[in-house]
Design a protein around this ligand. Structure first.
Ligand code: ADP
Ligand code: MG
Length: 305
């Protein structure tokens, strides 16, 4: 459904050149939920703007549903839905007026494609007279999704739809995406939240304009070559320092209330590590082998690149 080949983009910031995208390549199959995952400044919005024909790449080619985004952009715009990162609705129009407006610019009506947005819009309907600017973050997000869907796109581009949205709304949002997928819509969604990777069919990890990996979340974690432990004691600060000095430890980084200790598969001895930490007077030690998370893999891949 989406073919991205050799896409590069550089911005000129006054006298400085900023490379936003470096030779990006990947494909997205029809009906997939594809997550573009990376931190602020990674290049996610730039890539989505190129894919939606809003800006031009310096190099490379993008084909969506068999059409070239540069030469056949009118077709793309007709068949793609786009929800930009920043709230894009008309704040002083009501909920209903916003939706009517987006339907009108695509030569359609709310009634015509109501089935697509019904589940989502029903939650907004009690507030349909309310100005969009007065909605909560979660409701704005739902309205923006309805507006991106009202012309029945085949492919949907969502730029950080869950950023700054509360945990419950985030969860609901992903349920809505699964329903859209079930209707055959291909979805590219960007997010800085690594834990959302598990909700995608496949993900592209992006950092500093470069794709680090493209695969299913389970293949990415299965490809992690080392072993990870979660480690905790009463004195986190000295624990970090001491653990890092132990032979065979690749890295030790804080991770929520634990530290993630990465070591090679061979040449690391759990028992002598524990004895070593006790000899350094650490008490309340908790130490357990864990499965690598997408974030662990991201850090690993980042250090490889
Ligand atoms: P993300 O969406 O992942 O946060 P962006 O695509 O917005 O990343 O930005 C990638 C890089 O390009 C950043 O270094 C950013 O500062 C730069 N950038 C983005 N948009 C522009 C622009 N219009 N002009 C100049 N630099 C830009
Ligand atoms: Mg962005």
């Amino acid at each position: 459904m989406i073919n991205v080949s050799n896409v590069s983009k550089t911005y000129q910031q006054e006298k400085l050149k900023v490379i936003a995208l470096r030779n990006i390549n990947f494909n997205i199959e029809k009906g997939e939920i594809f997550g573009l995952i990376g931190p602020d400044g990674a290049g996610k919005s730039t890539l989505i703007r190129i894919l939606t024909s809003l800006i031009l790449a310096d190099e490379g080619e993008v084909i969506i549903d068999g059409k070239n985004v540069v030469t056949e952009y009118q077709h793309i715009r007709q068949h793609a839905g786009y929800m930009p990162g920043k709230f894009s609705l008309y704040q002083d129009l009501s909920v209903e007026e916003n939706l009517e407006f987006f339907a009108a610019i695509f030569n359609t009506t709310i009634q015509q494609n109501y089935h697509l947005i019904k589940d989502i819009y029903q939650q907004l309907e009690p507030f349909k007279e309310r100005k969009a600017g007065a909605l909560s973050g979660g409701m704005k997000q739902k309205l923006a999704l309805c507006c991106a869907l009202i012309h029945k796109p085949r492919v949907l581009f969502l730029d950080e739809p869950t950023t700054g949205v509360d945990a419950v709304s985030r969860k609901e949002f992903w349920i809505m995406l699964k329903r859209l997928k079930a209707q055959g819509i291909t979805i590219l969604v960007s997010t800085p939240y690594m834990d959302e990777a598990a909700l995608c069919d496949r993900v592209g990890l992006i950092q500093n304009g470069k794709i680090l990996a493209v695969d299913s979340p389970s293949n990415i974690t299965a490809g992690f070559p080392d072993v990870i432990y979660a480690l905790k004691s009463e004195d986190t600060k000295s624990l970090l320092k001491d653990a890092r000095e132990f032979n065979g430890i690749i890295s030790c980084e804080p991770f929520g209330e634990y530290n993630h200790v990465v070591c090679k598969k061979d040449g690391f001895n759990e028992t002598s590590f524990m004895e070593y930490l006790r000899s350094k007077n650490h008490s309340g030690l908790q130490f357990e082998k864990i499965e690598p998370s997408i974030e662990d893999c991201f850090i690993y891949l980042m250090n490889q690149n």
